[in-house]
Design a protein around this ligand. Structure first.
Ligand SMILES: NC(=O)c1ccc[n+]([C@@H]2O[C@H](COP(=O)([O-])OP(=O)(O)OC[C@H]3O[C@@H](n4cnc5c(N)ncnc54)[C@H](O)[C@@H]3O)[C@@H](O)[C@H]2O)c1
Ligand SMILES: O=c1ccn([C@@H]2O[C@H](COP(=O)(O)OP(=O)(O)O[C@H]3O[C@H](CO)[C@@H](O)[C@H](O)[C@H]3O)[C@@H](O)[C@H]2O)c(=O)[nH]1
Length: 330
């Protein structure tokens, strides 16, 4: 059977495609290439360029390929952009996910893995790492758009022969340990990507968004997870569902928080040189602090992270950024 990866030309999806191929799976990709790249998709995967909401194209993909699982990465991902354009985010993340889920149900696809996010939690009421059972109260349209998709999946699984795993990713960073992919979008706004680009001189400077948060040093705290550990959790989720495991929502993070200033210090240390940073106002939609409790993913999926090391994550992100510079890309 083949696995359909939506958004397989994007940052995380392109790693997923490599991990699936490494595991001996047949892989089909659909991507409209809005933020992803054709070159980022492993040549062994069968590629369809198009939109996940194109029901006719989805029917064709299911007719052409013996697909038993969908891993759904396609979507819009920038928290402050979602604050400025909420309806665009509800359209691409919620409405189009609904269309994809309907296509999956129509074709009788039994297994579905969904890219959910720590943003479904907002700022938790408790300081300790969040478990999946805490209140879900997203602080951005992005987080709400993803939570609505989780709800659609839950209700669909109650009504149909359909099992899903929603993985709530914390902050994904780093690159494939074999150097085959990495975060490649020039427009990426993620802290580690932006800091590496600044350290390497691709950007003149960068800003720290907000220094007055109720955190130890006043900057936001996040749980940074290596992309390769993350895609391994998806493989485990597929194995579990194929073996009869039920639907699940599980955190994917390591359980340690780092502030923006701590991340920047780590980038300076790993890179070996200082770089210019300015301080500016808070960015819209940012929760102060969010850290995962990953116990459920470890227990239910048998997930064993291998790359839980901030310096190592930054080193792999820097190496990929240098690779892009050598390619004369961004
Ligand atoms: N990067 C993170 O830290 C992070 C954290 C939590 C959750 N996520 C989720 O993981 C998923 C992947 O994120 P990413 O960082 O790889 O983003 P990305 O922008 O690199 O990848 C998204 C891919 O989806 C494609 N796409 C978008 N809308 C589409 C549509 N309607 N039809 C077909 N293709 C479409 C884009 O062209 C791109 O290739 C997203 O759903 C995101 O919300 C990411
Ligand atoms: O140039 C920058 C970029 C980011 N930040 C800060 O760094 C932190 C992390 O920001 P970023 O890397 O943009 O990630 P998040 O906004 O936390 O969101 C990411 O992580 C979420 C899960 O936690 C995902 O759902 C989102 O898709 C993904 O973009 C935030 O406090 C930002 O304000 C800066 O100070 N300067």
């Amino acid at each position: 059977m083949a696995v359909l990866v939506t958004g397989g030309g994007g940052y995380i999806g392109s790693h997923m495609v490599w991990a699936l191929l490494d595991a001996g799976e047949q892989v089909v990709v659909i991507d409209r290439l809005s933020t992803g790249f054709r070159w980022a998709i492993a040549p062994e995967a069968r590629f369809y360029e198009g939109d996940i909401a194109d029901a006719a194209l989805m029917r064709q993909i299911f007719a052409d390929n013996a697909i038993d699982s969908i891993i759904h990465f396609a979507g819009s991902i920038v928290v402050p952009e979602s604050v400025a354009d909420p309806l665009g985010y509800y359209e691409n993340n919620t409405v189009k996910s609904r269309s994809l889920i309907a296509s999956a149900v129509e074709a009788g696809i039994p297994y579905f893995v969904f890219s959910s996010t720590a943003a479904v939690y907002g700022t938790p009421d408790v300081l300790e790492p969040v478990t999946e059972s805490v209140n879900l109260k997203p602080e951005s349209p992005y987080g709400s758009s993803k939570l609505m998709t989780e709800i659609m999946l839950r209700d669909t699984a109650n009504a149909h022969a359909f099992t899903y795993t929603a993985l709530r990713y914390f902050n994904v960073a780093g690159a494939d340990p074999k150097g085959r992919s990495g975060q490649s979008s020039a427009l990426a706004t993620h802290l580690i990507k932006v800091a590496c680009a600044t350290a390497l001189g691709k950007r003149a400077s960068m800003s720290v968004f907000g220094t007055d948060y109720p955190t130890p040093d006043g900057t936001c705290v996040r749980d940074y997870i290596h992309v390769w550990d993350l895609v391994q959790a998806h493989l485990k989720a597929l194995q579990r569902m194929r073996a009869g495991g039920g639907s699940l929502a599980a955190n994917c993070g390591y359980g340690h928080g780092f502030s923006v200033l701590e991340v920047l210090d780590a980038v300076r240390k790993v890179h070996g040189e200082d770089f210019a940073v300015t301080f500016s106002e808070r960015r819209a939609g940012d929760p102060a602090m969010i850290v995962a409790n990953p116990a459920l993913a470890k227990q239910e999926l048998g997930w064993v992270p291998q790359y839980d090391d901030l310096d190592g994550i930054i080193k792999s992100a820097l190496d990929w950024e240098q690779h892009l510079m050598r390619k004369n890309s961004f």
